[in-house]
Design a protein around this ligand. Structure first.
Ligand code: ATP
Ligand code: MG
Ligand code: FE
Length: 344
């Protein structure tokens, strides 16, 4: 079964081909236009998708060694994401499906992030838990089979990726700042600064308090009233403080985000008695999280799974693998299926 998949939910245009659950190609065009705006500009994203989609699909197909007529279905990201971006990939997939007379498969982007863990030969056993940490979502999901996912916890405010990106912005780093914090944190001391831990019941998360704490901490240039709304530092002092302590600040922020995430995941695993655990989403590319998750897994006796880097941030490979499992269940969509900004 050969599936061509298209992902266009945010600011990467991606196409992939999979054959019986094996990824043959996974092409990703990242949109550079957003960096100078400090975040993704939806209108610019839609236009960039229109420019990229034909060449990206073309290269993915050629690299797979398959022809259009070898395909059994076209899968695409239906939700959630930026509506204009989703529409470009959705209309392209529908046109292809109509022209080739091949079935269409509508894929949920968040389910696909989780199922990226089914791409390698070594797969988690069901039921498994997945901590999905991305730019817009932070979820703990229980996966009973590839097409049956239950969300048992989520963020009540910001997503983990947003926490990384907002912290980076406060530090004067360009968008998206997550990967940069990761880089600076590598040579920093994670115990140097203690950022507060939110108190949220159950398996839910909160990151907006951390953002405020970082804001106040920087405005006080790390002096005594670190988390108080009583600003003592001048702009120059603040800048110098960041310059001189960037690595330690990044390491301390990152370590707090990781401890918040892993604490809830451990609690869920213990309560539900599940030993196969996965992480997924853009933040699962974070080297500190990957390391801490693997080490915690050894300590707790978990079987831990992390997608390859190319399948952590947005990619069509994960859409293809999800499309494959939906194909096996004859779960096809009509040409009238709407793209939707929201929806798990
Ligand atoms: P969603 O999947 O929720 O719709 P999205 O698709 O925009 O959101 P992803 O592409 O899955 O999100 O992830 C992007 C996020 O991952 C950004 O917030 C980015 O900063 C973060 N990220 C990527 N690499 C790293 C890293 N190495 N360390 C920390 N954060 C990272
Ligand atoms: Mg992105
Ligand atoms: Fe994503």
């Amino acid at each position: 079964i050969n599936i061509l998949a298209i992902e266009s939910s945010c600011d990467e245009t991606s196409a992939a081909v999979c054959s019986n659950g094996k990824i043959l190609s996974n092409r990703i065009a990242t949109q550079a236009v957003h960096a100078e705006h400090g975040g993704v500009v939806p209108e610019l994203a839609s236009r960039a998708h229109m420019q990229h989609i034909v060449p990206v699909v073309d290269v993915a197909l050629r690299q797979s060694g398959l022809q259009l007529e070898d395909l059994d279905a076209i899968a695409f990201t239906q939700a959630p994401g930026l509506i204009g971006s989703l529409l470009v990939g959705g209309q392209f997939a529908k046109s292809l499906s109509l022209a080739l007379n091949k079935p269409l498969i509508a894929v949920n982007h968040m389910q696909a992030h989780v199922l990226a863990n089914l791409i390698p030969d070594q797969k988690p056993a069901f039921p498994f838990l997945c901590l999905t940490v991305s730019g817009g979502h932070t979820q703990i999901v229980k996966c009973t089979r590839p097409t049956q996912l239950e969300m048992i916890g989520e963020t009540v405010d910001d997503a983990a990726g947003e926490a990384f990106d907002k912290a980076a912005k406060l530090l004067g780093l360009p968008y998206p700042g997550g990967p940069l914090i990761d880089q600076y944190a590598k040579t920093g001391n994670p115990h140097r600064f203690q950022f507060p831990e939110p108190r949220v019941p159950g398996y839910d998360f909160s990151f907006s308090g951390l953002k405020t704490a970082i804001l106040y901490f920087l405005r006080n240039a790390g002096t005594a009233q670190v988390y108080k709304e009583e600003f003592t530092a001048t702009e120059l002092e603040r800048k110098r403080f960041i310059d001189e302590n960037l690595n330690d600040i990044c390491a301390s922020v990152q370590s707090r985000i990781i401890s918040i995430l892993l604490k809830k995941l451990s609690k869920a695993a213990a309560d539900l008695g599940i030993k196969d655990l996965c992480i997924a989403g853009g933040v699962s590319a974070n080297s500190g999280l990957r390391k801490a998750f693997t080490e915690l897994g050894k300590e707790k006796g978990w079987n831990t799974f992390i997608p390859d880097f190319q399948y952590c941030t947005d990619n069509a490979g994960m859409i293809a693998i999800t499309g494959y499992y939906k194909y096996l269940e004859n779960d096809f969509a009509g040409l009238d299926v709407p793209s939707m900004a929201r929806g798990f």
